[in-house]
Design a protein around this ligand. Sequence first.
Ligand SMILES: [Zn+2]
Length: 218
Amino acid sequence: MKAVVLFSGGLDSTVLAQQLIQQEASVRLLSIDYGQRHEKELQHSSFIAEKLKVPHRILTLPNLADILGGSSLTDPNIELPEGHYAEESMKATVVPNRNMILLALAAGYALSVDFDTIAYAAHAGDHTIYPDCRPAFANAMETALSLADWKNLDLHRPFVNLTKADLVKNGVELGAPLHLSWSCYAGRKLHCGKCGTCVERKEAFAIAKVPDPTEYEA
Ligand SMILES: [Zn+2]
C-alpha cells in the first residue's frame, strides 16, 4: 500500500501513521492549514513526522476559513464549547464539509505521486458529532474517489468502528509517539483540559488504563 495519510498531528492520525509504517506501507503525511483556531496542531504534526521519519507536507490554505464560517474552529467570534464531546453544544466545532474538502486535496496529492490509497483516522466516537466521520460518508467518498481518476484510489479508514480508547491501546502497543500529539481546540501553550477534544482525550487514556502523558492547564 502507498498511502497519503490525512495527518492533523492529533492522537488518532498519529496512531494511524504508526500503524501503516509498521505494516510496511509507503507513507506520506499531509497536514492542512485551513485557518483552524488550533494551528498549534500543525507544529505538532511536524514533530511527529520527524520522529516517524516519513515525508510530510503542510499545505497552507489559511483563507479557507473565510468561506467555512459558522464553526468555532474557524470563526474566532464563535465561542469554543467546553464539556463532554458528545453534547449537542459540541456541534459548534463542526467545520462545514471539512473531511470531503481535505480528503479531496489528499486525493489530488496521492494521484500526483502515484499513490493508491488515502488514509484517514475517523473513529466511532466521532460519529455522534461529525457527520463526515460516519462509515456511510466514508463508503460514499470511496466510491467518488474511485471515479475521480482513471486510476483507482482506496480510502483506508481502519478505525471507523473503534473507540478512541481502542486507539490509545493500539497506539501504546505500536509505540506511537502519543506524547507528541496535539488535540486541544483552544490551541494555547498547553492542552486546556476542558474543550470537547481534551475531555475525550483524557477519557480515552482513563478507559484504556494508560497513563496520560498530556500536560493540561491547571
Ligand atoms: Zn482543550
